[in-house]
Design a protein around this ligand. Structure first.
Ligand code: SF4
Ligand code: SF4
Length: 393
């Protein structure tokens, strides 16, 4: 048996769970109503009662490598029915936050994203960096052109036929891409390293606890199982099985489709610009433009509904990490759409300002993706794929 599953109570972990919204942890008297009430818990070793017990004992290692914490959709059905007024759904959410911080490296960034006092730094770093990029673009254009010409590369100013293309002119697309491509690449590497450990841990946990009969992990089969659960995720089928908060499934789907749409638009824009040499912005009649606009509206609507829902549910614990994510998502959508509207309205300097703020949000999204609550999209997808692979229905 692996040493990591020998019980070693971790008091710091208990305090962390309590601080991240699991403050009702100690109310639990282990009646198991929650596990019976949960509409999506498997029959074999159901959650969340066993997680409540493990968390109150401080069994951190047993919990963060447990795929079941990711099968929970935090719908709150169990919380509503708990006879002790505990909130197992919130405890599961707190454990997931700690798991995200454990699998993402460096840990200092994970801590910063969950720490309210660090918020000014999370904003100041991209604000200063992007201001520097804007300064270089606006005041050092000729100098940069000479440097780029040395390497035979055309310095892109985004000024076409006399029309000032606000967003491209303000911060050259070269500097924007030179910032965001490495950032996104770094985030993907952090995710890849975290997922490698995550998959190995959840498999070891499943074998030890009899949740799978597959002793050896077959990565190819796991990938195929993960692909098979994608329709379930896209339609939020599991979320729709919940009773208490299944209206959230609609807002979650809006965000999911909004982000997928924006990713497709960004990918197309990138390829068309760098491979075919055609810069934006596109005509309003272009289907890519339509996809971008609809995606932006979906993000704003989804975020608004989720914020409204959280404000209405006083019984649920909303922590800094929840509000950080909601503000980030809403800010991305609103500033993205506003920068387009102000540009179309000819308000050049207002467009500069709004687009600058939009880029600060994008920087936060890309840089802190593996460290924030947003990472749940990746871990939950893999955990659902693993449940399919392990025949844990
Ligand atoms: S969290 Fe509530 S419902 Fe679940 S085992 Fe504890 S007391 Fe029972
Ligand atoms: S919050 Fe919902 S999905 Fe999560 S354990 Fe409770 S009932 Fe199940």
């Amino acid at each position: 048996m692996s040493e990591k599953y020998l019980a070693q109570p971790d008091l710091d972990f208990i305090h962390e769970v309590i601080g991240l919204g699991g403050d009702t942890l100690k109310k639990c008297f282990q009646c198991a109503t929650c596990s019976v009430a949960c509409p999506i818990a498997p029959e074999n070793s159901p959650f969340p009662r066993k997680e409540m017990i493990a968390a109150s004992w401080g069994l951190k290692d047993k919990l963060i490598g447990n795929a079941d914490i990711w099968l929970c959709h935090e719908c709150g059905d169990c919380t509503t029915l708990c006879p002790r007024g505990a909130a197992p759904g919130d405890v599961m959410g707190a454990i997931r936050s700690i798991a995200i911080s454990e699998y993402a490296q460096p840990k200092v960034l994970a801590k910063a994203v969950n720490d309210r006092s660090q918020l000014p730094k999370l904003i100041a770093v991209p604000a200063i960096w992007l201001a520097l990029m804007a300064f270089i673009t606006v005041f050092m254009g000729d100098f940069m052109a000479k440097i780029f010409n040395v390497f035979g590369v055309h310095w892109y100013h985004g000024d076409h036929g006399g029309e000032v293309i606000a967003h491209a002119n303000f911060i050259s697309s070269w500097l924007v891409d030179a910032t965001f491509v490495p950032l996104l690449t770094a985030s993907l590497v952090v995710f890849a390293l975290g997922l490698k450990r995550f998959v190995s841990d959840i498999h070891e946990n499943a074998v030890l606890n009899g949740k799978t009969d597959k002793a050896e992990l077959n990565f190819k089969e796991l990938v195929m199982s993960t692909i098979r659960v994608i329709p379930t995720i896209l339609l939020h089928k599991k979320f729709n099985e919940c009773g208490e908060n299944n209206s959230r499934a609609t807002s979650h789907m809006m965000l999911l489709y909004g982000f997928v749409g924006c990713a497709i638009v960004t990918g197309i824009f990138f390829v068309v610009l760098y491979i075919f040499g055609i810069p934006g912005p596109y005509s309003q009649l272009n289907p890519v433009k339509w996809l971008g606009n609809v995606s932006g509206i979906l993000i704003i609507l989804g975020a608004t509904l989720l914020i409204k829902d959280r404000m209405a549910k006083k019984s649920e614990t909303s922590t800094f990490k929840d509000w950080y994510l909601l503000a980030l998502v809403a800010g991305l959508g609103i500033t993205g759409l506003l920068s387009e509207m102000t540009r179309l309205g000819g308000a050049k300097y207002l467009t500069y300002l709004v687009y600058y703020i939009h880029l600060i949000f994008v920087f936060n999204l890309f840089a802190f993706l593996p460290f924030s609550k947003m990472a749940h999209f990746v871990y939950r997808t893999v955990a659902l794929g693993y449940a399919e692979y392990a025949n844990r229905k």
